[in-house]
Design a protein around this ligand. Structure first.
Ligand SMILES: CC/C=C\C/C=C\CC/C=C/C=C/C(=O)SCCNC(=O)CCNC(=O)[C@H](O)C(C)(C)COP(=O)(O)OP(=O)(O)OC[C@H]1O[C@@H](n2cnc3c(N)ncnc32)[C@H](O)[C@@H]1OP(=O)(O)O
Ligand SMILES: NC(=O)C1=CN([C@@H]2O[C@H](COP(=O)(O)OP(=O)(O)OC[C@H]3O[C@@H](n4cnc5c(N)ncnc54)[C@H](OP(=O)(O)O)[C@@H]3O)[C@@H](O)[C@H]2O)C=CC1
Length: 330
């Protein structure tokens, strides 16, 4: 018979401890399936150097994780970047590290995207520092796993405010000013594969990310006439401290997650940074309204009803085939 193996659901054997920093900071998955050898991640910047010369890029949540990787790639390709989030010390450290590596200025601007007034002040600061950006990446997010019956109204509000309202405030504030200045721009939103399917245990995030996708698809249709493109990347699992410490705090689900990814490994921050750079670049100037799933095949793997048959061995197939062929009539 075919069985689904889900070893990590053995809760009794779990010791509830946080993952160590070294596990969290590795760029690729600790464990991977043997097929991962076919799909090695390339870490170098993909676009020609200078692709973002004379371009300004705003990356929300650019101080950590995937936003930091996107900032590093855009900066390496010549962009002047502005990173914005709540923790100014984290932003400043990242900005200095990236600037010193690439030789291109990275500016740090404090901003809580939940607060429309703070967003407006942040955009004032950006205008004074660099002028209005050509590239806007809405990457900031909040999330945690939690059974929905345990969510307080404020827990719901906190996640949906950061993800949906925050993205809307940043997009609308910049959009209006860009329109006024007759300046074109590329907007990119980072969502997730479950924005499409929904997912239990991350319901505020799933709801808000679905809203972000509706917002970006709608504006792609409406604001093309102002020179604005809107696209969406749905990442699958990529190890970052921010995500993994809130979605899999014990590390118990990692193996099951990797087992269901057809390419046999997690994504890396550098891989998504290359994709984000391409989508935000002039090489993609005909791309608007696109939703790009970037997940090593995890979504289709979760969706296909018969995909668990991957665990059937060749001998078991002989048996199954013989049984099926023997069947006559209905
Ligand atoms: C098995 C799978 C493993 C990995 C899978 C990987 C990939 C799959 C797809 C992944 C998608 C990922 C999507 C992401 O968005 S990951 C990004 C994660 N990064 C962050 O969340 C960074 C920012 N987060 C934060 O700052 C905080 O976590 C928070 C809570 C979002 C906001 O902080 P803030 O200080 O503003 O809020 P608090 O005052 O602490 O809390 C507000 C409110 O929420 C309640 N709360 C907080 N934490 C929890 C919890 N864990 N469970 C339940 N409720 C929680 C808190 O109690 C407050 O409510 P009240 O008490 O006031 O009612
Ligand atoms: N890593 C993964 O596997 C996946 C990630 N994603 C998405 O990728 C994006 C990046 O996530 P990741 O890098 O993993 O996680 P991080 O936690 O590292 O990134 C989230 C960023 O959002 C910022 N942020 C949170 N709240 C606010 C706020 N109120 N105002 C401004 N900024 C805020 C944080 O900075 P600060 O604390 O300074 O405010 C932080 O830099 C998110 O959109 C996430 O949903 C999607 C699918 C999978």
């Amino acid at each position: 018979t075919c069985q689904v193996h889900f070893e990590s659901s053995n809760w009794k054997s779990l010791s509830i401890k946080r993952l160590t920093d070294s596990r969290l900071h590795g760029s690729t998955g600790l464990r991977s399936g043997s097929q991962a050898n076919f799909f090695p991640p390339l870490e170098d910047a993909m676009l020609p150097s200078g692709s973002f010369n004379n371009r300004m890029a705003l990356i929300t949540g650019g101080g950590t994780g995937l936003g930091r990787a996107m900032t590093a790639t855009l900066s390496q390709l010549g962009a002047q970047c502005i990173i914005a989030s709540r923790k100014l010390d984290v932003l400043q450290r990242t900005a200095e590290e990236i600037s010193s590596q690439t030789g291109n200025k990275v500016h740090a601007v404090q901003c809580d995207v939940r607060d429309p007034q703070a967003v407006s002040q942040c955009v004032d600061q950006i205008e004074a520092l660099t002028g209005l950006p050509d590239v806007i990446i809405n990457n900031a997010a909040g999330n945690f796993v939690c059974p929905s019956e345990r969510l307080s109204p404020n827990a719901w509000k906190t996640i949906t405010d950061i993800v949906l309202n925050g993205t809307a405030f940043v997009t609308l504030e910049l959009g209006k000013r860009l329109i006024q200045n007759q300046k074109g721009a590329s907007f990119l939103a980072i969502t997730t594969i479950y924005a499409e399917s929904g997912s239990g245990f991350v319901v505020p995030s799933a709801s808000a990310k679905a809203g972000v996708e509706a917002l970006y698809k709608s504006l792609a249709a409406e604001w093309g006439r102002y020179g604005h493109r809107f696209n969406i990347i749905q990442p699958g699992p990529i190890r970052t401290k921010g995500a993994f410490s809130r979605l899999d705090p014990t590390g118990a689900f990692e193996k099951a997650m990797i087992d269901r990814i057809p390419t046999g490994r997690l994504g890396t921050p550098a891989e998504i940074a290359n994709l984000a750079a391409y989508v935000s670049s002039n090489y993609a100037s005909w791309m608007s309204g696109a939703v790009i799933r970037f997940d090593g095949g995890e979504y289709v793997s979760l969706a296909g009803e018969f995909n668990e048959l991957r665990s059937v061995t060749p001998d078991q197939w002989k048996l199954l085939e013989a049984m099926i062929r023997k069947t006559k009539g209905s």
